[in-house]
Design a protein around this ligand. Structure first.
Ligand SMILES: O=C(O)CCC(=O)C(=O)O
Ligand SMILES: [Fe+2]
Length: 635
């Protein structure tokens, strides 16, 4: 209601003022941040980022890696990963990363005014049920991500207070034949991070001309036509600061070296590397930054046996042969994963991280939205180096910048940021309220990179089952006359009618138009949503009939009592509908939308011409709104 709106507005203004104050205090300085090679990193992690847990690549089953990585490549090769044309504060922008949603059948995930519709992952029982909506390759890919999801559900459920990371020490293994070095990751309790890595100077990219796309999953991109990608979304200070034109705007920000503590971060690996010259692997237990033993995560199944890192064989259990993933316990049930993909060499307009000087961002600072409160997020990171015959993990990788995730405390310019380098196959978890109290961003490396971000989407109004039952609710007020084939409304109570009109708007704007705005992208790979969307459109058409009947009732003045209330209800529903139709028309016709190939181009659907005999009301509601308004004047 009106109260809610003014409250939101006030909070918004307050945030803006706070934001401004913090930025003033900060001035041109950069906030420090720490990476693994910086002293105090582990302490900072423990004290200010305790909800963050890293699971190193080595501690996942090799088979799972293979399946998941193959799946990600399949999804990319089939063209399933696409940049979203999202909306940020009334501006249309493309995300820098390409995405696709996988998840429980019928689930959706909403972010930045965009509802993504899940390609169902194919669990064991869906195979039994004969779900047959995509081709075998895609089905296998979806299944692999479901397996990963199952692993994460179990793994995250088993986390204990104080768990931070499963650590691996890189062990260089030289083959006798003198072939190129192979690197194997082994588990140990923790790593002592080598001090003083190379500092990396970054040239800020000037004068980009290649892309006209404004990018981001976020905020400030939208205030510059030239494309000003990256930054955060609602609810934090940086967001707005960059938005208001009097502050800074989105000029390229040069990292100011002096303030940056995390100077070696750009390089891979950010962690200790210990070369040995034999084919034997060696496990090295390194200092644990003062942490008592036993608080680190165990390899493999976290709920399994404790890892003995002094295993006689020199092998680390659970690392080379991790325990199989366990079935979801129900404690944590990720229902969707949002996959991200980016080839940084193809992106010319990436924005520098502006507050810490962390480097170029693929995803700007943000909180993940639309999640169950305080639910964890699990991320699998895969950086590959396609076509170049370089795995990105050999000795040459030390010259490469790796992908990193940046974290910051929201509304805080005093706590240093944290930068976590990710090697291919590494996973991290954001648990407890980390996503709420902190923001994160993704910093690009040299390689192409995928991530699979598993979430508990808040789906109370986000599943197909939900919207179908809403439609049934509305349609239960519509009575078909079997003899004449005409319809009538059963109840004429203003609250009933209002309820029906709300559902009408919900199915039209939250489902039909959201779906079609994303063009043919769903139907191209997977037919799962095709039939349900047709049915929803049929239901919606009946609701057009209901609105028409409602309008007639009001016009004919049959319900003398409460007529004014009915007219007001109708007017507000129609005004809302009219505005939202206009917004979707604009989104569909935006200059960015025009750049998309036909298969991906937004479709403004439902749309119909003025004289369409199948439609009870016109698409353009302006005239009807006027007539209801004047009717109200006359009452
Ligand atoms: O790719 C990642 O590591 C995280 C991506 C992310 O933050 C997101 O998709 O919300
Ligand atoms: Fe995120």
């Amino acid at each position: 209601g009106r109260h809610g709106v003014s409250l939101i507005l006030r909070v918004h203004l307050l945030q803006r003022a706070t934001r401004r104050k913090l930025l003033q205090e900060l001035g041109d300085q950069k906030i420090p941040f720490l990476g693994p090679s910086d002293r105090g990193f582990q302490q900072l992690w423990d004290s200010s980022y305790s909800g963050l847990v890293l699971r190193r690549s080595c501690s996942l089953p090799a088979e799972l890696h293979d399946q998941v990585q193959a799946a990600l490549l399949t999804l990319r090769n089939k063209g399933c990963l696409l940049r979203d044309l999202v909306r940020v504060r009334d501006r249309d922008v493309f995300t820098a990363v390409s995405r696709v949603l996988l998840g429980e059948p019928g689930h959706t995930y909403r972010y930045l005014d965009t509802r993504l519709f899940a390609i169902p992952w194919h669990s064991e029982d869906s195979a039994v049920k004969g779900v047959n909506c995509c081709d075998p390759d895609l089905r296998a890919a979806c299944r692999a991500l479901w397996e990963l999801n199952t692993f994460f559900c179990s793994d995250v459920s088993g986390l204990e207070e104080g768990d931070r990371l499963t650590q691996c020490v890189k062990v260089e293994v030289e083959t006798r034949q003198g072939k190129e070095g192979d690197t194997e990751s082994k588990h140990s309790e923790d790593s002592k991070n080598s001090e003083g890595g190379d500092s990396e100077s970054r040239k800020s990219e000037e004068g980009d001309t290649e892309s006209k796309h404004s990018e981001e999953w976020d905020i400030d991109s939208k205030h510059s036509e030239e494309g000003c990608p990256g930054s955060s979304q609602e609810g934090d200070w940086e967001t707005e600061s960059k938005h208001s034109s009097e502050e800074g705007e989105c000029s390229q920000v040069k990292p100011s070296e002096g303030a940056i503590l995390g100077q070696s971060e750009g390089k891979c690996p950010g962690w200790t590397s210990k070369p040995v010259s034999s084919t034997e692997t060696e496990t090295v237990a390194l200092g644990a930054h003062g942490k008592p033993p036993g608080v680190q995560l165990q390899c493999g199944s976290l709920t399994g046996d404790h890892i003995d890192d002094k295993d006689d064989t020199g092998n680390v259990q659970g690392c080379s042969q991790p325990s199989p993933p366990q079935v979801c316990t129900g404690v944590v049930k990720f229902n969707v994963t949002l996959l991200n993909y980016m080839d940084p060499t193809a992106m010319s307009q990436l924005k520098e991280e502006p507050y810490y000087g962390m480097g170029k961002m693929a995803v700007g600072w943000h909180h993940d939205e639309n999640l169950i409160t305080h639910s964890p997020v699990a991320v699998y990171s895969y950086s590959c180096n396609d076509d170049k015959g370089d795995s990105g993990e050999g000795s040459s990788s030390s010259q490469k910048t790796c992908w990193r995730v940046g974290l910051k405390v929201a509304w805080d310019i005093h706590t240093p940021g944290l930068m976590l380098p990710l090697e291919s196959g590494d996973c991290y978890y954001m648990k407890d309220d980390l996503n709420t109290t902190h923001q994160h961003c993704v910093l690009t490396g040299d390689n192409t990179r995928f991530s699979s971000t598993h979430r508990m989407a808040e789906c109370s109004s986000g599943t197909l089952t939900y919207i179908q039952s809403r439609c049934q609710e509305a349609l239960s007020n519509l009575h078909p006359d079997p003899e004449t084939g005409s319809y009538s409304l059963l109840a004429l109570l203003p609250t009933t009618l209002q309820h029906c009109e709300e559902i009408h708007n919900e199915v039209e704007f939250e489902w039909l138009r959201q779906y079609w705005f994303q063009g043919q992208r769903y139907a191209r790979f997977c037919s799962w949503w095709t039939k349900p969307m047709e049915q929803l459109e049929k239901d919606w058409r009946l609701m057009e009939t209901m609105t028409m009947l409602f309008l007639k009732t009001v016009e004919e003045g049959r319900a003398a009592e409460g007529r004014r209330e009915m007219a007001e209800t109708l007017l507000s529903a129609l005004t809302d509908r009219h505005q939202q139709r206009q917004t979707w028309r604009d989104r569909c016709r935006s200059s960015l939308a025009q750049t998309l190939p036909p298969e991906e181009a937004p479709v403004d659907r439902p749309f119909w011409g003025v004289d369409d005999p199948n439609m009870p009301l016109p698409f353009d509601l302006a005239d009807i709104i006027n007539s209801v308004e004047s009717l109200l004047w006359r009452m």
